[in-house]
Design a binder for this molecule. Structure first.
Ligand SMILES: [Zn+2]
Length: 282
């Protein structure tokens, strides 16, 4: 299937009230698991690649593999730059054939975030790609106890319309109480804030830091306006748990280990595709 931007897919999901996961990955076995899940569930799926991978030895070549692999999929797939840290990084991703990019200027003053996001949007739209930006800042789960309860970095609803209007961004990541990585403490989402932001926008909203939320929290967030959810830690932990089990098996060899990683990803990805309502939406 030819790779195309997920702008249409995400807008459709938003209209119809279901969600599309972005599964982050940096190696082949997890990628296999994501593919197996997407095709088994006949679900539109996003493969996310963290920009830092580009700088590792063989990183850009590996990204080309993701793009080629997605082109062979039987369901709509997107290769998406996750947390692009600069305008240049976003251009590198577009050059490699990524369908959509995230520019993350969430730690910059809003005017600077707007200025660079606007440039990325202009460049990406020229080649048919979509752009996600982040307003407010989603922190780390390891610091959750210090920022979560204080609502530090949460998105201010009054900033949202100006940000979208001035940048022309296609998707907006917002901070409503989720965090990246494993949570220290119990994650609580501010559904009122989400509903208020959702009522002010007409583009898909994105939640980062999905790992560690309950199934009910995911479903409530999607029902109140989240369309795309980014997930990595939960998949990596499932693969890790499978590896420990495989290592303790009677004949722990590389093929058993490889399958443990693939299966860890597949099982959890299938779970999320079902949970978000993406199954059979291809
Ligand atoms: Zn993220």
């Amino acid at each position: 299937m030819p790779l195309v931007s997920f702008v249409d897919q995400l807008n459709r999901a938003r209209r119809e009230g279901w969600g599309i996961p972005l599964f982050d990955i940096f190696e082949r076995l997890g990628t296999d698991g994501i593919y197996l899940a997407a095709e088994a569930k006949n679900a539109p799926t996003i493969v996310g690649v963290y920009g830092g991978l580009f700088d590792r030895p063989g990183g850009k070549e590996f990204c080309s593999y993701f793009v080629k692999r997605c082109q062979t999929s039987t369901v709509p797939m997107s290769v998406y730059l996750d947390h692009g840290d600069s305008f240049e990084r976003c251009i590198q991703a577009l050059h490699l054939g990524f369908t959509d990019v995230m520019y993350d200027g969430s730690q910059l003053p809003m005017d600077e975030n707007i200025a660079t996001t606007k440039m990325v949007v202009r460049a990406a739209h020229a080649v048919g790609a979509g752009v996600e930006a982040e307003l407010g800042h989603v922190g780390r789960g390891s610091d959750y106890e210090s920022f979560g309860s204080r609502r530090e970095g949460f998105t201010k609803p009054e900033d949202v319309e100006r940000f979208i209007e001035e940048t022309g961004v296609d998707f907006l990541a917002i901070a409503i109480g989720s965090a990246h990585g494993q949570y220290k403490g119990t994650p609580e989402l501010d559904y009122e804030l989400l509903a208020e932001i959702s009522s002010r926008v007409d583009i898909p909203l994105v939640m980062h830091g999905g790992s560690g939320l309950s199934d009910e929290q995911f479903q409530t967030a999607i029902s109140k306006g989240i369309t795309k959810v980014n997930i990595f830690t939960d998949l990596a932990m499932a693969a890790g748990a499978n590896l420990i089990e495989a290592a303790r098996s009677e004949s722990p060899n590389l093929m058993v280990m490889a399958n443990a990683v693939r299966e860890g990803f597949r099982v959890r990805c299938e779970h999320y595709l079902d949970l978000f309502g993406a199954t059979d939406k291809a």
